[in-house]
Design a protein around this ligand. Structure first.
Ligand SMILES: [Fe+2]
Ligand SMILES: [Fe+2]
Length: 308
């Protein structure tokens, strides 16, 4: 068995151990955007072409807030729930003392990611005076729990661990490009860069973790896990559309137009293509252990539109 591990020099290299607090300084951000516009599909809808520059700016800022608040919720409510279980040995497979200790390093990283995500939201709100809309993580949590209940009703802790594997191994390639995007606020590029640097190690840890976990499972549990994984990938990557609706309505867009924009910009085939793309590493990981040789699991992939 190979123990999953994070960086050997974590005490020196992790953001939480020695990284600086990132501060927004207005003079450094002149002429820059808070978030890349191309990552906000609804900004490009023709029905919104007539919006003024300030309103477009507010919509972009709301999208940035939602992404950061989603991150801080996800880290603390989903990833750290699982990381703590791994550290305490409260899982179906205990991968050794080093792996358990490293799970607490990940826990510390994620708590820090939640902290700096909220910190940068508050700094941007203060500078731009675009008020943060409330962000509700409950629908995402409900989707994740529903998948757990549907496929792993008798394996609560396993479901929680698999949710972490899914979130920690999907690759949001577009996000990884933000640190190099010179049109974006420097403070945002720095914060996203700090985050991506830590996550590279988490990705490696949970890839190894999943392989060892899979090897330890009974054939019957493998079927359940293989069926659940495509759903967990979909649950974590599919965007929430209610925050888009509220951002549009708050910007003064009519309910009717807001619905039309959401319908046009977030069509099912576009959403499924996004999940396929960002989820390909996780789905590839499942494929590599033979999970999708199981016909029931292939059926679930197909149902979700995740087959090529
Ligand atoms: Fe993180
Ligand atoms: Fe992580």
């Amino acid at each position: 068995m190979t123990e999953p591990r994070v960086a050997a020099d974590w005490y020196e290299s992790a953001g939480v151990r020695g990284g600086p607090r990132r501060m927004l300084q207005e003079d450094r951000e002149a002429g820059l955007k808070v978030f890349p516009e191309h990552l906000v599909p609804h900004l490009h809808h023709e029905g919104l072409a007539g919006l003024g520059a300030d309103t477009r700016q507010a919509l972009l800022t709301q999208h940035f807030y939602q992404y950061m608040l989603f991150t801080s919720q996800l880290e603390t409510k989903v990833v750290n729930r699982g990381a703590a279980m791994v550290a305490h040995g409260e899982t179906d497979v205990d991968l050794g003392p080093g792996a358990r200790l490293d799970a607490f390093k990940i826990y510390s990283d994620e708590a820090y990611h939640a902290l700096f995500s909220l910190d940068v939201v508050q700094q941007v709100e203060k500078t731009t005076a675009v008020p943060v809309l409330p962000y509700d993580f409950a629908p995402r949590m409900a989707r994740l729990e529903r998948t757990g209940h549907a496929f792993l009703p008798d394996h609560g802790s396993l479901a929680h661990i698999l949710q972490v594997v899914a979130f920690e191994t999907v690759v949001t390639r577009m996000l990884a490009r933000i640190p190099r995007d010179e049109t974006v606020f420097r403070v945002v590029r720095e914060v996203v860069g700090d985050h991506v640097r830590d996550e590279v190690h988490h990705h490696a840890y949970f890839t190894r973790y999943f392989k060892e976990l899979w090897a330890s499972l009974s054939p019957a549990t493998r079927v359940k896990v293989a069926c659940a994984m495509p759903h967990f990938v979909d649950d974590c990557l599919r965007p929430d559309l209610d925050p888009v609706r509220s951002a549009l309505r708050t910007a003064g867009v009519s309910a009717e137009l807001a619905e039309e924009v959401v319908r046009d910009c977030y069509r099912e085939e576009v959403l499924a293509a996004g999940v396929r793309d960002a989820g390909r590493h996780t789905l590839g990981l499942c494929e590599s252990v033979g999970a999708f040789d199981i016909p029931e699991a292939r059926e679930q992939l197909h149902l979700l539109g995740l087959t090529d």
